[in-house]
Write a protein that binds this ligand. Structure first.
Ligand code: HEC
Length: 244
């Protein structure tokens, strides 16, 4: 038993480093019951991401139904890549072309918050910074040398890195301390963080849409159990009356 506990302790650092907990990530509060946030996230996703990324396990009409978006509003504001509400959220761009243009084909984002975690995606969207060495003109704090351009620049503006220098013996190393806004976008920092939070909230919903249904079913199950308790208790009393 002692050996087993020792092994578990030895494994902890391995598991922690494998999940990349060493990275400094921003924290995002996910709330799948916040319909307004999910609706806003859906709108941002369709407007800013769907041109490159698909969410091919999700259908437009399911999003409309789950998030309470009227079908005509959905049709008018969100159907750019297809004309049918029953279609999945696929991109029009062909994978081969995407690879040619961007160097890497943008991955499907259906389960991105499950593979990377919501905090990672949120930090990724918030930490693009100017880097003239990159073909896109930007780099990213949590995804070094990413091929993705800063597609939300209009909203966030442009950030530049502020370095700090460390001396290690003879050598000095420069690391990025923080990012500083050098050219403002349409939103201030707070609004931009709220917008990216809505986006990540939406992507989390996309990763597991059944969660919303489960919440609803869960409430009914608990209610049923509470109501059922009364006849169950009365029955028990009735049966045990004779036994005693
Ligand atoms: C111009 C095309 C383009 C647009 C628009 C775009 N992306 Fe990307 N994105 C990419 C490319 C290319 C990659 C692959 C980067 C790499 O592997 O270096 C990527 C990668 C990502 C990743 C990391 C995936 C992973 O785990 O490797 C996330 C998350 C992401 N994008 C989210 C978004 C979101 C959210 C939006 C909308 C706000 C968006 N992207 C808009 C091109 C795009």
């Amino acid at each position: 038993m002692k050996k087993l506990i020792a092994i578990c302790f030895l494994l902890v650092p391995v598991i922690v480093s494998a999940t990349g907990a060493g990275e400094h990530l921003m924290h995002v509060k996910i709330d799948l019951k916040d319909k307004r946030s999910l609706q806003h996230g859906a709108k941002l996703f369709v407007n800013y991401c769907l041109s490159c990324h698909s969410a091919s396990y999700m259908r437009f009409n399911r999003v409309a139904k789950d998030l309470g978006i009227p079908r005509d509003v959905m049709k008018k504001n969100m159907l750019f890549v297809t004309d049918k509400l029953g279609n999945t959220m696929k991109v029009a761009m062909r994978k081969k072309d995407a690879k040619k243009w961007l160097g890497v084909a943008p991955p499907d984002l259906s389960v991105i918050t499950r593979s990377r975690g919501p905090d990672w995606v949120y930090s990724f969207l918030n930490s693009f910074y100017l880097d003239e060495k990159r073909p896109t003109g930007v780099n990213n704090l949590v995804f070094k040398d990413t091929a993705m351009p800063h597609v939300l620049w209009e909203l966030q503006g442009w950030q530049r890195p502020v370095y700090s220098e460390h001396h290690e013996g003879e050598e000095s190393r420069k690391t990025i301390n923080e990012l500083e806004l050098v050219y403002p976008g349409k939103m201030n920092e707070e609004d931009f963080q709220a917008a990216t939070r809505d986006l990540v909230n939406f992507l989390t919903y996309v990763g597991e849409p059944a969660k919303l249904v489960r919440y609803k079913t869960g409430v009914w199950v608990i209610l049923f159990l509470i109501v059922f308790l009364i006849p169950a208790y009365l029955l028990k009393k009735e049966y045990w009356k004779d036994v005693r």
